[in-house]
Design a protein around this ligand. Structure first.
Ligand SMILES: [Zn+2]
Ligand SMILES: [Zn+2]
Length: 417
């Protein structure tokens, strides 16, 4: 489910319409660009059609949590994956008549970003954000966990959790859905409902950062869903962490082709515990790769390569596995900017969580290897963003050095995952 989001320009107040994943907002009227930072959940309000005689202060807002992301499970002798997209009432059944889920409704209408004070009453969220992970796993369970085989590992990768508010109002003791004006419950008292509510909280609002390079003051570049902004003036890359822009270690591998496109990957050096795995050579031995492990493999650090963009989970895992196994064939790069950089849409914190699943996927004999997973843990040592050149042949994007192919249509679709 992809939300269409309306918000106002923080500079001039003009309406900007975009997608849920948008972070870099360019105002079509004043031209100012802002980078949106949300401290907790992103919050959106469904548009209401409450009758004019209902004062805005008497609108009630019921929270629904929206989970969208990929789930990977390792059970028995299989690594499986699935995209999950659910909404669930956050009031935990305390308000009579509320639908348990919004279904596909939010997709049918633009929602507004909750970015300014709103009068009315907000039901307290009873459902914890952690609980939505369990629900997401259950909803994927029909496919992934029905088997009687033991579950060795489960990871949620690239998920976004947001809060959607359904507006409601009371009239003559009847609770109405303010979007459809349908009645939900009778004999409802306003005083009782208000006890379950709190007023608008300022910390729900997003903040906006200027898109200026903290190092040189130049203009930062990025596409609207980019999580990493680039300075082409001083050749630096920036990622927002805790509300501030932080400089990233990065490189780009040069291409022989002038119209190459560059896909971003997180190169994550880890140390492993619970298993004998200190070098890339150990990784090859442990996963039982059908090749001769050479002394140079044992001199290489243990690094995993994980896509820094959202893409269908099966392709995500394939790319991570193949690049991790073929990393020796990639030349060194340099921190030099170029055009054609594909936006980073998967943050490094999420990529780190994928490492164990990539290890599982790389194992040749999964039946014997997967039972080891619960005892293995990884500590990231260093992370670098690496842009690899790909040539678009009209159908696939093909990596220039190791000839790995990704269908172009899948890359475009991934931006709405
Ligand atoms: Zn503006
Ligand atoms: Zn700069």
């Amino acid at each position: 489910m992809e939300l269409i989001v309306e918000q106002s320009c923080p500079s001039c107040g003009a309406a900007i319409v975009g997608d849920e994943a948008d972070r870099l907002l360019q105002c079509p009227f004043c031209g100012v660009r802002h980078y949106r930072v949300t401290p907790g959940l992103s919050r959106y309000v469904l548009p209401d059609k409450a009758p004019g005689h209902i004062p805005r202060e008497e609108i009630f807002y019921a929270p629904y949590l929206h989970f969208k992301g990929s789930i990977f499970t390792c059970n028995g002798k299989q690594v499986q994956q699935r995209v999950v997209d659910i909404t669930q009432s956050g009031t935990g059944g305390t308000v009579a008549g509320l639908p348990p889920s919004l279904g596909l409704r939010p997709q049918a209408m633009p929602v507004s970003l909750l970015a300014a004070q709103l009068p009315g009453h907000f039901f307290r969220q009873q459902l914890k954000a952690e609980a939505i992970f369990e629900l997401a796993a259950l909803s994927a369970g029909g496919v992934l966990e029905k088997s009687p085989d033991p579950l060795y590992h489960r990871a949620f990768i690239g998920e976004t959790i947001s809060c959607l508010y359904l507006p409601l109002y009371l009239h003559g003791g009847i609770l109405y859905d303010a979007v459809t004006n349908r009645s939900l419950a009778e004999g409802v008292s306003a005083a009782e409902l208000e006890k379950m509510c709190l007023p608008f909280q300022n910390q729900w609002m997003p903040r906006f950062l200027a898109t200026l390079c903290p190092a040189c003051g130049g203009s930062l570049e990025g596409e609207r869903d980019s999580l990493v902004l680039s300075c082409h003036n001083c050749q630096t890359s920036w990622e927002e962490v805790g509300g501030v822009l932080r400089s990233l270690a990065w490189q780009r591998l040069a291409s022989l082709h002038k119209d190459a496109r560059y896909l971003p990957f997180w190169k994550i050096e880890v140390s492993a515990s619970g298993v004998e795995m200190e070098t890339f050579g150990d990784f090859l031995r442990l996963t039982n790769q059908p090749l001769v492990v050479r002394p140079e493999h044992d001199r290489m650090a243990l690094c995993f390569w994980v896509p820094a963009f959202k893409i269908r989970p099966q392709i995500f895992l394939n790319l991570a596995r193949n690049l991790t196994l073929s990393q020796k064939r990639l030349p060194a790069g340099e921190a030099v900017m170029a055009g054609g950089l594909f936006p980073v849409t998967l943050p490094q914190s999420e990529a780190v969580q994928a490492v164990k699943t990539v290890l599982a996927e790389a194992a040749v004999n999964k039946r014997d290897f997967l039972p080891l997973l619960p005892g293995i843990s990884f500590q990231p040592q260093a992370t670098e963003l690496v842009y690899l050149p790909f040539i678009d042949n009209g159908h696939d994007w093909v990596q220039e050095h190791i000839l790995l192919a990704v269908p172009g249509s899948v890359l475009r679709f991934g931006r709405s995952l």
